[in-house]
Design a protein around this ligand. Structure first.
Ligand SMILES: Cc1cc2nc3c(=O)[nH]c(=O)nc-3n(C[C@H](O)[C@H](O)[C@H](O)COP(=O)(O)OP(=O)(O)OC[C@H]3O[C@@H](n4cnc5c(N)ncnc54)[C@H](O)[C@@H]3O)c2cc1C
Length: 465
């Protein structure tokens, strides 16, 4: 990038907010999808809406690409500065500006770490329901850009169901408010459009989000199964029964072993091919009959003994083992590729079996931990990049798994987004007219394609390629 632009950014923001040395910018070369890397020319550590607007106006004036970034835990290359340019780091914008319990809303800056909002509101009996497994580190700005899910989104809905209004700096540098704190905002649902736009429409600088009341009662079960297929069939049966658990999560045998060999071990049944974590919440009397029915359905699918978390400590340990299991599996392998796809829930067992067949045929080890209730699969392919050809082989197998999901009526991503990881796969789902309709919308918010270019859409739609 032209050094005059960097000088201009320093003048606008102050030297201490502008990182331009290679050793400073290297840390921003990728997000948690480390297959794609590109170092930005400059990283801006921004603390306010005005600073964001000033930075974006400089970028727009000089036609420099820029990328908003929260904590960089994204798993599809969303925060990757694909063509260099500017990374707008928002992690300093971490104020919870208002907690409005009367209206069950909170006003937050985008860099607030997800769990911090619940920590602030739980003493009053409320929490922020979207709970990605990364919630101890990922930001609400990143969550809304990716429309993140989490174990409890099965019952409570993805992030989009919990955002009511936004303040945004569009790619032109204009500040625009979307949505409203009152119900039934007139006009187009621009909050719905912005949420899930993967940082390609502009920068969210403030969000008004819903707070949910903590449930009166929670019951959590751990149900082991002898085969993955029977566990998947149990999930389909639970969904078909009409009961909506708060969470319905699956871990396969290799993931169970990874957890039990790590510091987050919690006594998972090593030797089982799969376990389901089933959580029910709500009013106590209703839970008893739901639990009874669910245990019957599990038994009908071969689950012999269900363990119940009897204390809050047991429940937390179980959830910790689930939410941190991705880290535990990292100990078993040099490299890993985490696939994210969705299938209709009545096709779950057939697709899961097919995925394991592909892995067996290719002699690739996989471990799985996933939001089974949503039909959101996460096979993790384990490999060693230093072996020649291994990365390409693993990516080809992962693509084949994705195609199986799509052929079964599923879709490309459940929650990690498309980013730079899957943009070339969009043709699997959409024809040119569909893509063009989405591109037109993008041009309204981001007319010069400067805001996070090279994401979501096939490269032929991006002028920087
Ligand atoms: C161990 C682990 C577990 C995970 N578990 C889950 C899970 O259960 N569910 C799930 O959905 N995801 C999960 N993820 C993926 C990731 O944590 C989420 O996508 C998360 O929402 C990203 O937040 P972030 O702050 O790290 O955003 P980043 O990675 O920094 O950015 C993600 C995207 O958001 C954009 N962005 C960031 N802030 C803004 C903003 N203020 N305005 C506009 N755009 C912005 C970026 O440009 C980028 O496109 C997991 C990741 C890891 C590493």
């Amino acid at each position: 990038m032209n050094s005059a632009i960097i000088r201009e950014l320093r003048r606008e923001l102050g030297d201490e907010k502008v990182l331009g040395e290679p050793e400073e910018t290297l840390a921003y070369e990728c997000d948690s999808f480390a297959f794609h890397r590109h170092t930005p020319d400059v990283v801006l550590l921004l603390s306010s809406r005005d600073e964001v607007a000033r930075a974006v106006r400089v970028a727009a004036r000089h036609k420099v690409p820029f990328v908003p970034r929260g904590s960089g835990t994204g798993l599809s290359g969303g925060a990757l500065p694909r063509f260099g340019g500017i990374v707008l780091s928002l992690s300093r914008m971490k104020a919870i500006r208002e907690i409005d319990l009367d209206n069950r809303q909170a006003v937050v800056e985008p860099g607030v770490v997800n769990i911090e909002l619940s920590r602030a509101t739980m003493p009053s009996g409320y929490y922020f329901a979207p709970d990605p497994s990364s919630q101890t580190i990922s930001t609400i700005g990143g969550n809304l850009a990716e429309n993140s899910g989490g174990p409890h989104c099965f019952k409570y809905g993805m992030t989009t169901n919990h955002v009511v209004a936004l303040e945004t700096v569009l790619a032109t540098g204009e500040t625009v408010r979307l949505g409203s704190r009152a119900a039934d905002c007139p006009g187009y649902d621009l909050v719905g459009i912005f949420v899930g736009s993967e940082g390609t429409f502009g920068v969210a600088t403030e969000a008004v989000v819903k707070l949910s009341p903590l449930p009166e009662s929670v019951t959590t079960f751990l149900a082991p199964f002898a085969t993955l297929r029977s566990a998947c069939d149990a999930v389909s049966a639970i969904i078909a029964s009409g009961i909506i658990p708060a969470a319905l999560e699956m871990m396969d045998g290799r993931m169970i072993a990874a957890v039990e060999e790590s510091s987050i071990r919690t006594g998972l049944p090593v030797g089982a091919d799969a376990v389901l974590i089933i959580e029910l919440d709500g009013l106590r009397p209703a839970l008893e009959s739901q639990a009874e029915r669910i245990l019957e359905l599990c038994a009908a699918h071969g689950c012999r003994e269900v363990r119940q978390a009897n204390t809050e400590a047991e429940r937390s340990a179980l959830w910790r083992s689930r939410k941190e299991s991705f880290g535990a599996v990292g100990r078993m392998t040099h490299d890993l590729y985490l696939q994210d796809a969705v299938v209709p829930r009545n096709r779950l067992s057939e697709v899961v079996v097919r995925i394991y067949e592909i892995a067996d045929r290719e002699k690739i080890k996989i471990a799985s931990v996933f939001h089974a209730g949503d039909g959101n699969l996460h096979p993790i392919l384990l490999f060693d990049r230093s072996i020649e050809g291994e990365e390409a082989r693993v990516l080809a197998a992962a693509e084949e798994m994705l195609r199986v999901c799509i052929d079964a009526g599923g879709t490309l991503s459940g929650e990690h987004g498309i980013g730079s990881e899957k943009n070339e796969y969009m043709d699997m789902l959409f024809d040119e007219a569909d893509l063009e309709a989405m591109m037109r919308l993008r041009r309204v918010f981001n007319p010069q394609d400067l805001c996070n270019p090279g994401k979501i859409f096939p490269s032929r739609h991006c002028r920087f390629f």
